[in-house]
Write a protein that binds this ligand. Structure first.
Ligand SMILES: NC(=O)c1ccc[n+]([C@@H]2O[C@H](COP(=O)([O-])OP(=O)(O)OC[C@H]3O[C@@H](n4cnc5c(N)ncnc54)[C@H](OP(=O)(O)O)[C@@H]3O)[C@@H](O)[C@H]2O)c1
Length: 249
């Protein structure tokens, strides 16, 4: 059994990789650096292959697809991503463009092709890491929230299409709230609510993906936010999320 995970060098992706190794999968990890994967025991490493790609580059996404065309994958997890916080007047447009490229463009290029491969053999599971950010909008992180709404919508559309064609392929979208990873540091932010642990979220995500759940929402408070987001106007959700994170610099 084989699984490919983007962004498994740290955080949630790293925990998902560990959980899949525990379940007996060989793991193909894709990110720019090896990161925490070097900390795995020799036994765990025997199930892991690391491949360096910068997925903000379209050419790298297509290279990954080409180089994995003969790999008979059972699972594809699209998890690489990052955020940024700041005022409209001070956030870096180039960082935001890279964010859109990684969080959305790479997502479409990779997920669509792996789905096509899975549909052909009528077998396989896909998990996309979006965020609870997909449930609303937030000031100071508008671009990040918008990228995650894109992930969420895309998965919902693909899910329905798979159902319409009576495919056995499943697709799930992971929507965590704050999780203690390197995300905060990279986004220049500090959460104002207690984050969940990456271990909990990684294991939870794999468990729900294996059950073919469409939406995977870890944690009680985020489940509540998810529920109210269906009935409360977006303007109000944005107000609630106004103070969920602080700008560090
Ligand atoms: N932490 C949270 O509060 C939270 C909440 C909701 C959703 N999420 C989402 O969860 C996912 C994982 O984030 P995390 O919290 O686990 O943070 P993290 O520890 O920073 O992990 C991010 C992963 O993405 C990879 N990555 C970043 N830029 C990349 C690039 N250009 N090409 C390929 N891979 C790249 C990183 O590896 P390299 O740097 O080595 O490339 C790393 O493995 C992201 O999509 C994030 O938006 C996080």
């Amino acid at each position: 059994m084989k699984a490919l995970i983007t962004g498994a060098s740290s955080g949630i992706g790293y925990e998902m990789a560990k959980e899949l190794i525990r379940l007996g999968y060989d793991i193909y990890c894709v990110s720019r650096k090896e990161g925490d994967l070097v900390n795995l025991s020799e036994k765990e490493k025997s199930h892991i292959e690391f491949h360096s790609y910068d997925l903000t580059k379209e050419s790298e996404c297509f290279r990954l697809l080409d180089e994995t065309k003969d790999l008979d994958l059972d699972i594809y997890i699209n998890n690489s991503g990052f955020g940024d916080i700041g005022y409209i007047t001070s956030t870096d447009i180039n960082k935001e463009i890279d964010m859109i490229k990684l969080n959305d463009i790479a997502l479409v290029i990779l997920t669509k092709e792996y789905l096509k491969r899975f549909i052909k053999k009528d077998k396989g599971r896909v998990l996309v890491t979006a965020s609870a950010a997909a449930f609303g909008c937030a000031p100071y992180m508008s671009c990040y929230y918008a990228t995650k709404s894109f992930c969420y919508s895309l998965v919902h559309g693909y899910y329905r299409e798979l159902k319409n064609m009576k495919s056995h392929v499943t697709i799930s979208v992971l929507c965590p709230g704050p999780v203690k990873t390197r995300f905060e540091e990279k986004a220049n932010t500090k959460f104002n609510v207690k984050p969940l642990s990456q271990e909990y979220v990684g294991k939870y995500a794999i468990k729900k993906m294996m059950k073919g759940k469409l939406e995977v929402v870890p944690g009680t408070s985020i489940k509540l936010l998810h529920a109210i987001s269906h009935v409360v106007p977006k303007k109000l959700i944005t107000k609630v999320l106004n103070k969920s994170a602080s700008i560090i610099k």
